[in-house]
Design a protein around this ligand. Structure first.
Ligand code: ADP
Length: 158
């Protein structure tokens, strides 16, 4: 039984996150989608709202469980008996940050490794923050988010 955690802000989940999740499901039997609560990071949706969106969007995948995490990712991985952390790579710009994060996590717990999936080209320039900016100015966001996330985003922008 191979278990992994996919941590992130998911504020909200985009089609890019979904792409990574689908790739990870081919490798892992159990995947925890972990909403990382970072008190220093301002988010549009609360952790509970983000969990609601993720649960709706991913309801057809019995191997997935959505959790909210307030401790270190490696600590949560250990607790959930996960051997790997999943992260996504878009353009080269993600590399620097992910490189630092992976090394820090490795120092914290060398038994937990990080695996990366490269997203499909069409999502390579997609980020939750870009979508939030587009939505703020009333732009169409349907191409970037799963339908339930679009609905919740529209409600939020009202
Ligand atoms: P964080 O605040 O941890 O970066 P995000 O929700 O922005 O949280 O991202 C979580 C993970 O998903 C990161 O590894 C990020 O690189 C990846 N990711 C975000 N958007 C995309 C995308 N469009 N395609 C592939 N991976 C993505």
């Amino acid at each position: 039984m191979k278990t992994a955690l996919y941590p992130g802000s998911f504020d909200p989940i985009t089609n890019g996150h979904l792409d990574i999740i689908e790739r990870a499901l081919k490798l892992f039997d159990k995947l925890y989608i972990v909403i990382s609560v970072n008190p220093d990071k301002k988010t549009l949706f609360t952790a509970a709202e983000r969990a609601d969106i993720l649960e709706h969007v991913l309801k057809d995948h019995p191997q997935i469980e959505v959790i909210i995490n307030e401790v270190l990712t490696v600590q949560k991985a250990k607790e959930m008996k996960a051997s790997h952390i999943v992260r996504g790579l878009r353009a080269l710009t993600d590399f620097d940050y992910e490189f630092q994060l992976t090394n820090a996590n490795r120092v914290l717990d060398k038994s937990i490794d990080t695996v990366f999936f490269m997203t499909d080209n069409q999502h390579a320039f997609l980020s939750s923050s870009a979508v939030k900016e587009i939505a703020q100015f009333g732009g169409a966001i349907d191409a970037f988010l799963p339908p339930y996330a679009v609905k919740k985003m529209r409600e939020k922008m009202k």
